[in-house]
Write a protein of this length. Structure first.
Length: 214
């Protein structure tokens, strides 16, 4: 049997690939609200399945030719054709062709786009991606480059605190106020909330629990 994602774990977070990828998020996030997490995964996997395979008509035709070689004409999409051909025990030529197709650069790129689509969706739902092999491109509106951001001497230290407390994997501190020896910052978290941080002579601490921005 051909493994379509040989570099991934067999099961659990971070396993599988493409639209079947199992998100890798902090355990405490998944366990905090398991029903919401399951709903989010199902919804985001559904979005990922909408990413079209590049050059789909051509690939479908090629796979149907392989299917005809085994004595069957399959009028389905490329992934359906692929699974049926393999399930029917295609000959050596069919297996070689299928292996090249499954592991080919176009398929890997397709899976990568599906996984990014899925984890962008999960990020909008408030979940943090912990799998470095999956790229997340979605950024909260408050952290986008066109948003004016005031910074201070201790902005970096405030951001490191927010990162350590899993507020945001790539936090950006907004300077709120400053005075002799202190600075106050606010940091947008990926779950849509805000962390308030006070820094005194380089030592930063959260001054309150992460609060809602609404």
């Amino acid at each position: 049997m051909v493994k379509s994602c040989p570099d991934r774990p067999a099961e659990g977070p971070g396993s599988n690939c493409g639209a079947d990828y199992v998100p890798a998020v902090p355990v405490e996030q998944a366990r905090a609200t398991p029903e919401k997490y399951a709903e989010s995964v199902a919804k985001c996997q559904g979005w990922a399945r909408g990413v079209p395979f590049p050059g789909e008509p051509e690939h479908e035709t090629a796979l149907v030719v392989i299917a005809f070689g085994t004595g069957f004409a399959i009028g389905a999409g490329p992934m359906a054709v692929a699974s049926k051909v393999m399930a029917l025990g295609a000959g050596t030529t069919g297996h070689i062709a299928m292996d090249r197709w499954v592991h080919g650069p176009q398929t890997r790129a397709w899976h990568s786009k599906q996984e990014t689509m899925m984890m962008n969706c999960m990020a909008r739902e408030g979940y943090v991606n912990t799998d470095p092999s999956v790229r997340v491109t979605w950024v909260p509106p408050s952290l986008r480059p066109d948003t004016f951001r005031r910074t201070g001497v201790d902005s970096y230290n405030a951001e490191q605190l927010a990162k350590a407390q899993r507020c945001n994997a790539m936090p950006l501190a907004q300077l709120v106020d400053k005075g002799p020896g202190y600075e106050r910052h606010s940091i947008a978290c990926t779950n849509g909330q805000v962390m308030a941080v006070r820094c005194e002579f380089g030592n930063c601490r959260a001054t309150q629990s992460i609060v809602s921005r609404n």
